[in-house]
Design a protein around this ligand. Structure first.
Ligand code: BDR
Ligand code: CA
Length: 331
């Protein structure tokens, strides 16, 4: 069988420790070609997110365009970045960094997404693992974006699993619920990889050590150090992680879905986002779509989202380890 060419991906991200692990998985996996990285506020400010994206790509010896995106949510007041989870620098407080000369592409992230989608119609998959302001803005610049992109995969939201920033809300959606609702109703091929599955997959710190020991490379050393910090946050919250240190693989699972969707069970339903009040940031899935609800927000015209509800956790972790252990870094 002729080898298929890798999927072109724009990675919309707020690095972020799990964002970094997802990026390195994407760079390591032969079925993925990262053609651009667009940054957003979230785990850190958008300036720090951009610095981190440039740093992580340079460390891994890759030249990939990085653009800076939105700095604040659409409507709600910005929150302080969660330094206790990802570190004040977003990468577990690395301290002194190596010096590289790579600079950001001057375009805004939303414009970059539009330019790339127009240049490669139907070819680009957008993997978004932060608040969704860049995608929302790109939709305003180019209303045809849903037909120009191949598909959109979002790490965010939750249906049955409790939230991580409120009893019902996941952080990426909570950070910009108005942008998220726009994304969930835009009409593209959309997959939601939320806490229903990411809270089922723990990647152990010992795996990152094995990867670092194998490669002895600044990129995997940096990732291992960042995850050490991140794992401490989860150890403080959950006994099973305190017993065997590790972390949830949130953003990573968006890429695992891309390369092996068969590892997930999907429910395809309308999803809307609560934008205000106590439920702000909640992703609500219409589970009874045979009912004609009088509320206009749930009409039959609303586009559906593929929602990941179950996952084969063991297979995901194995895929991650196999991919990271392969030779993907320059000497
Ligand atoms: C999501 O929030 C961020 O902290 C992580 O990077 C991930 O994208 C998990 O809720
Ligand atoms: Ca993220």
């Amino acid at each position: 069988m002729a080898p298929t060419s890798p999927t072109k991906v724009i990675y919309d991200t707020d690095p972020g420790v799990d964002d970094a692990m997802a990026l390195y998985f994407a760079l390591a996996h032969p079925a993925i070609e990262v053609v651009g990285i667009t940054t957003t506020f979230g785990n850190v400010t958008v300036e720090q997110a951009t610095t981190n994206a440039l740093y992580l790509t340079a460390l891994a010896g890759r030249e990939i365009p990085v653009t800076m995106g939105v700095a604040t949510p659409w409507h709600k007041a910005p929150e302080k970045p969660p330094a206790h989870i990802h570190g004040a620098d977003g990468l577990g407080n690395l301290g002194a960094r190596r010096k590289f000369g790579n600079l950001a592409d001057p375009r805004a992230s939303a414009q970059f997404i539009v330019d790339m989608a127009r240049a490669h119609p139907g070819e680009i998959t957008l993997v978004a693992v932060g608040p969704l302001g860049n995608l929302s803005l790109a939709l305003m610049i180019e209303p045809q974006l849903p037909t120009l992109l191949r598909e959109v995969i979002v790490m965010g939201g939750t249906v049955s699993e409790p939230g991580n920033v409120s009893p019902v809300a996941e952080a990426n959606i909570w950070n910009d619920p108005h942008a998220a609702d726009r994304v969930f109703t835009a009409g593209w091929k959309l997959t939601m990889v939320g806490l229903d599955v990411t809270h089922r997959v723990v990647v152990l710190l010992s795996l990152f050590k094995r990867v670092a020991d194998k490669h002895r490379h600044p990129a995997t050393d940096t990732l291992h150090r960042a995850v050490e910090f991140y794992a401490k946050f989860y150890s403080g919250l959950y006994q099973h992680i305190a017993d065997t240190p590790g972390c949830y693989a949130h953003d990573l699972l968006a890429f695992i879905y891309l390369v092996d969707p068969g590892l997930f069970e999907i429910d395809t339903k309308v999803v809307r986002v609560a934008t205000d009040g106590l439920a702000q940031g909640q992703t609500i899935m219409n589970q009874r779509d045979f009912i004609d609800y009088p509320h206009t927000g749930w009409g039959k015209d609303k586009p559906r989202t593929q929602v990941c509800m179950q996952v084969d956790a063991t297979a995901c972790v194995q895929l991650f380890e196999d991919t990271m252990m392969a030779d993907w870094l320059p000497a």
